[in-house]
Design a protein around this ligand. Structure first.
Ligand SMILES: [Zn+2]
Length: 308
């Protein structure tokens, strides 16, 4: 059982990395990285448009002697993966590269579909579609929620409530919302993680963060923009995170009007995984989902979380 103090300490360690105020312990771990390049441009695909991240001040509690074991075990894990994957050059780059799960395994005649909602936490992505979430709860529609680390703090109360509701599965949408790369490839103008170490931070820091906050480590990971190289996907697997792609583009990065979201959903086939967003109440996503779900239920579809 984690003590409150240990929980605060890890949250502090995570926040120091997130906001760049590195403690001595974290600094040794991250010293090889120069500051990440600024986010520019905006995607029209599955990732939401990038915008400059707001820096926030944060004063983590100072660690006491003997309380750094989690951080040091993290450093060992990271070093091991950096060594193991050194020099492995990826050949694939995309949303459904080798190792990405894009569909559910379903028996014949089983009409199931998985709705997945990302909460990206970019500058303009801190919002919440409360109407959509209330609808899912009222209609008892299970869903998998991919949560980025930055989205949690401004929405902490809601996050705790969603995590406590068995209707929802909390999944990992990365620490800084980066495309998952081992050599810094970018997409939609958003720079991917530049090496294995940064990729491990991107996946593992948010996985540990969510585990600390909810008591359950997320089983599924989707990168910011949902882009990967195949080496990054293997590394996610080593960290115990299954990479969750999609087979239906539900809202194209929360850019589609409601009618198109509805039509995308009405086109699902059994076993499809639909990618949508829960952090853009101004988008057509919520209304489109609310229009399509009753019709899909009428057609005999059942909604499942990815982990079922
Ligand atoms: Zn996202």
């Amino acid at each position: 059982m984690k003590t409150g103090r240990a929980r605060m300490l890890l949250a502090g360690a995570v926040a120091t990395v997130l906001f760049g105020q590195l403690s001595a312990a974290a600094r040794t771990d991250l010293v090889q990285h120069s500051p990440p390049p600024p986010l520019t441009g905006g995607g029209r695909g599955v990732g939401e448009a990038a915008s400059p991240e707001k820096e926030q001040s944060f004063s983590p509690p100072l660690p006491r002697k003997g309380e750094l074991s989690e951080e040091s075990s993290y450093r060992v894990l990271k070093r091991k993966l950096v060594e193991r994957y050194a020099g492995q050059l990826p050949t694939e780059w995309g949303e459904s590269v080798t190792g990405v799960t894009t569909r559910l395994k379903v028996g014949s005649g089983e009409k199931v579909v998985a709705l997945t909602f990302d909460a990206c936490g970019s500058g303009k992505g801190m919002g919440v579609d409360r109407e959509l979430l209330a609808f899912l709860e009222r209609e008892q529609v299970p869903a998998t929620l991919f949560i980025n680390a930055r989205w949690i703090a401004p929405n902490r109360e809601l996050f705790d409530r969603l995590a406590a509701n068995p209707l929802f599965e909390i999944a990992n949408h990365g620490f800084r919302h980066r495309p998952a790369s081992v050599n810094g490839r970018s997409v939609y103008g958003i720079a991917g993680t530049r090496d294995v170490g940064e990729l491990v931070d991107e996946i593992e820091l948010n996985a540990r963060n969510i585990a600390e906050l909810t008591g359950r480590r997320p089983r599924f990971y989707r990168s910011g923009t949902a882009y990967y190289d195949e080496v990054a996907v293997r590394i996610a697997g080593e960290l115990g995170e299954q990479v969750a792609g999609f087979s239906v583009l539900g809202d194209a990065g929360a850019t589609l009007p409601a009618e198109q979201v509805k039509q995308a959903l009405l086109g699902v086939r059994p076993g499809d995984i639909v990618i949508l967003h829960m952090n853009h109440p101004e988008a057509g996503t919520g209304k489109g989902v609310m229009a399509a779900v009753p019709e899909l239920k009428k057609r005999g579809f059942r909604f499942v979380r990815l982990g079922e």
